[in-house]
Ligand binder design. Structure first.
Ligand SMILES: [Zn+2]
Length: 302
């Protein structure tokens, strides 16, 4: 997208891996978010190619979902770069507390990485010769940050705002508040002067008002009945596993679902059905939405 300055390059990665934002300054280089573990070698290649022989100085994570930090370990091993994470995640990463980090809860994988610095809401970072404000963006994830560059009017919105919607509101699955936080995050974004949004997934976009209107309407829909958020989460989690594995035996779907603590919580609080019934429902929803197909005994990614 040519509305971005040359010093900002976006690798659009799809849904298994988050987008990566390369920031190529005169004196320093950084990457915001690093994708999912199974794409890590590809991430390293993309980064090396974009750097043209330069060194990667810094990794910055918006939040620590597996699809945003799964390339941290390989990039650290290759470049020995500094890594900055949201301050609220520091203790969990220091002790690699897989119970507290979201990987185990979602059945997703992430190689262990370390960090050198933390970022708190309100911090101002200088990346690629530009100032970026770190802003709190709870809702999808309570500790997520988004990064705003007033000089270029660019917003790295992570999973708080996509062109069509936003990430699953995870806290609500656990019976915690998330809808109100997401609403406040959308209000915060609406108050910024933004020319282009680089979302966590999907192409960068410029119709910020349109995206905000769609996000608010979706949030109203979900908040009106939290069961909808739980059903959406169930579909998204199964699709993520399918993206990673490409094929899943249909008979394994219920046990895969029950192995995710986040699913168990959503089921206790909202879904309230047997894993078999929910598995069948989720499979039929993915097939109906052309996100999967059934072939014999298998569910295949589409
Ligand atoms: Zn996320």
């Amino acid at each position: 997208m040519n509305v971005l300055p040359d010093s900002i390059q976006v690798f659009e990665r799809g849904w298994l891996s988050s987008n990566n934002i390369m920031l190529l300054g005169r004196h320093d280089t950084a990457i915001i978010d690093t994708g999912y573990l199974s794409h890590a070698p590809q991430t390293l290649e993309l980064v090396r190619h974009a750097l043209h022989g330069r060194h990667l100085d810094q990794i910055i994570n918006t939040h620590l979902h597996s699809d945003h930090c799964g390339g941290n370990a390989i990039l650290q091993a290759h470049f020995g770069c500094k890594t900055s994470i949201p301050v609220a995640e520091a203790e969990k990463v220091r002790h690699w507390d897989v119970e507290a980090l979201s990987f185990k809860a979602t059945g997703q994988r992430c190689d262990r990485f370390t960090f050198d610095a933390t970022i708190a809401p309100g911090d101002v970072l200088t990346l690629a010769d530009m100032e970026w404000q770190a802003l709190a963006a709870p809702g999808h994830d309570p500790h997520s940050l988004i990064f705003y560059c007033p000089q270029e009017k660019v917003l790295a919105s992570a999973d708080a705002l996509w062109e069509n919607g936003f990430g699953v509101i995870f806290p609500e699955l656990d019976g915690k508040s998330g809808f109100a936080e997401e609403r406040a995050t959308l209000d915060l974004i609406a108050g910024l002067d933004v020319k282009v949004v680089i979302p966590g997934h999907g192409a960068p976009f410029t119709d910020v008002a349109g995206a905000l209107a769609r996000a608010r309407s979706r949030l109203d829909y979900l908040a009106a009945d939290p069961l909808r958020n739980a059903q959406n989460a169930l579909k998204v989690l199964l699709k993520f596993l399918l993206l990673e594995r490409q094929r899943i035996p249909l008979a394994d779907v219920p046990v895969l679902l029950t192995s995710m603590p986040v699913f168990a919580a959503a089921n206790t609080n909202f879904l309230k059905q047997s894993p078999e019934e929910l598995g069948k429902w989720a499979v039929s929803q993915l097939v109906r939405g052309a996100a999967a197909r059934v072939e014999g005994e298998y569910l295949l990614n589409e």
